[in-house]
Design a protein around this ligand. Structure first.
Ligand code: NAP
Length: 245
C-alpha cells in the first residue's frame, strides 16, 4: 500500500525540475496527479510520460485565480477528489535593487507569493469541506537568510513562510495541514543557468559538499503530503545539505 494510495494531488510548476520529481514520487506512492504549468504542452508531455491513468497536464498561470480554480476542478473531475496541493511554480528575475525594475519585482511576487496564496486559499475551500487535506508550499533558503540580488525572490519566499503559518492556523481545526519546504541549492534548470563562479561560491557554503537533487526535495514533500506527518502543521523543513543551518 503506497503512502498516497487513492489520493489526488495538484502540483504547480510540475512540468520539470523539483515539481516533476514531486509528481513522480507521489505517483510511485499511489497518487493521481494534476500537473499544472505555465507551459501547457510541457505539462501535457510530463503527464503522458508519467502515465495517462495517473496524471493529467493543465496549462495554468498560478498568478491568475481563475486558472488555479480550473486546475482544482480538473483534479476533482478527472480523479474524484483533491487531497494534496503543492505550490511549487516559480521564476527568478535576479538583479540588485539598483537595477531591478518594478516589473521584475512584481512578476516574482505575483508568481511565488500570490500564486501560493491562490493555491492555498482555493484548495482550502474544498479541503475544509471534506475535513482533510495537505498543502505543501515551496519556499527557499533565500527566504530564510536573504540573498543579495534577490530582494524580490527573498521577499516572496519569506512571505510564503508567513502565509503558510497563518493558513495553518486558519485550517488546523478543519483537518487541513499546511507546511513549507525551504530547498537550498538543487540541481535544476533554474540553478544550472547560474554562472560557474556563483555555483562554486554556493557549493563552498554547503557542509555536505554537494548540491541537492530534485528527488531529495520530493521525498520531503511526500512526507508532508502523507500521514507520516499527521501531527505537523505550520512547520518549515530545510532541505539544504546543512547550508545556513
Ligand atoms: P524550474 O525547473 O524552473 O521549474 C519551475 C516550473 O514552474 C517551470 O516548469 C515553470 O514553467 C513553472 N512556472 C513558472 N511560472 C509559472 C506560473 N506563473 N504558473 C505556473 N507555472 C509556472 O525550477 P525548480 O528549480 O524546479 O524550482 C521549483 C520551485 O523550487 C520554485 O518555487 C523555486 O523557487 C523553488 N526552489 C528551487 C531551488 C533550486 O535550487 N532549484 C532552491 C530553492 C527553491 P516554464 O518553464 O514554462 O516557465
Amino acid at each position: 500500500m503506497g503512502l498516497l494510495e487513492m489520493k489526488t494531488a495538484v502540483i504547480t510548476g510540475g512540468a520539470q525540475g523539483i515539481g516533476l520529481a514531486i509528481a513522480k514520487a507521489f505517483v510511485t506512492e499511489g497518487a493521481r496527479v494534476v500537473i499544472a504549468d505555465l507551459d501547457g504542452a510541457a505539462a501535457d508531455a510530463a503527464a503522458k510520460d508519467i502515465g495517462p491513468d495517473a496524471a493529467v497536464g493543465v496549462a495554468c498561470d498560478v498568478a491568475k485565480a481563475d486558472d488555479v480554480r480550473r486546475v482544482i476542478e480538473t483534479a476533482v473531475t478527472s480523479f474524484g477528489s483533491l487531497d494534496v496541493v503543492v505550490n511549487n511554480a516559480g521564476i527568478t528575475r535576479d538583479a540588485t535593487m539598483r537595477t531591478m525594475t518594478e516589473e521584475q519585482f512584481d512578476q516574482v511576487i505575483a508568481v511565488h507569493l500570490k500564486g501560493c496564496w491562490n493555491g492555498t486559499r482555493l484548495a482550502a475551500l474544498r479541503m475544509r469541506e471534506q475535513k482533510s487535506g495537505a498543502i505543501v508550499n515551496i519556499s527557499s533558503l533565500s527566504g530564510k537568510v536573504g540573498m543579495a540580488g534577490q530582494t524580490n525572490y527573498s521577499a516572496a519566499k519569506a512571505g510564503i513562510v508567513g502565509l503558510t503559518k497563518a493558513a495553518a492556523k486558519e485550517l488546523a481545526h478543519h483537518g487541513v495541514r499546511v507546511n513549507a519546504i525551504q530547498p537550498g541549492l538543487i540541481r535544476t534548470a533554474m540553478t544550472e543557468a547560474m554562472p560557474q563562479t556563483a555555483w562554486d561560491q554556493k557549493m563552498a557554503e554547503i557542509p555536505m559538499g554537494r548540491a541537492g537533487e530534485p528527488s531529495e526535495v520530493a521525498s520531503v514533500a511526500l512526507f508532508y503530503a502523507s500521514e507520516l506527518s499527521s501531527y505537523m502543521t505550520g512547520t518549515v523543513a530545510e532541505v539544504t545539505g546543512g547550508r545556513f543551518m
